[in-house]
Write a protein of this length. Structure first.
Length: 167
């Protein structure tokens, strides 16, 4: 973390093509590192951003993140298929379990803040109450106060990507 044009720093996990990263940059964060497992998404990301972008599963990359222990924010948009009403809504889906990997990264890095973006059903359905409570308790044990919010930012049907999380 040498060069900083802004006052806040961040790393991005499950970055895709960089939609959340763009929002964080516009909010004056320097995004130092990002990753995704999709090579095409990473190519698009690299064409639009200057941060280091790494292809690969986060489970294999998490140890390399220790160098960002002083980062202000870790943000991520994990796979939603296991939580989405358009998907399986299956907590046993391996992609659903990546939330635990994220919380382990938070435990190691201890950023000042973290943001997790996912589908509304994870935050609202009774089916996920126990899972939500465990996640919130884990964050509280790490010393974080959690503000669970739902922001309906886009009309996905209008943008012709409705149900994208169900694949």
């Amino acid at each position: 973390m040498n060069y900083r044009k802004n006052t806040l720093s961040a790393i991005s996990l499950f970055s895709g093509a960089g939609g959340m990263d763009l929002g964080f940059e516009r909010a004056e964060f320097d995004v130092y590192w990002s990753n995704d497992v999709d090579g095409t998404a990473c190519e698009t990301y690299r064409a639009n951003f200057n941060s280091g972008n790494v292809i690969g599963p986060i489970e294999n990359l998490s140890k390399s993140l220790r160098r960002f222990s002083e980062v202000d924010c870790v943000f991520w948009g994990p796979p939603c298929q296991g939580f989405s009403v358009a998907g399986k809504m299956d907590l046993d889906d391996p992609r659903s379990k990546l939330v635990y990997q994220f919380m382990d990264i938070i435990r190691v890095l201890r950023p000042k803040s973290f943001v997790m973006d996912n589908v509304p059903s994870l935050a609202t359905l009774n089916k996920f109450t126990k899972f939500r409570e465990q996640l919130l308790q884990h964050a509280h044990r790490l010393g974080y106060s959690i503000d669970l919010q739902f922001f309906p930012l886009l009309n996905l049907a209008f943008h012709k990507i409705a149900g994208a999380c169900g694949k």
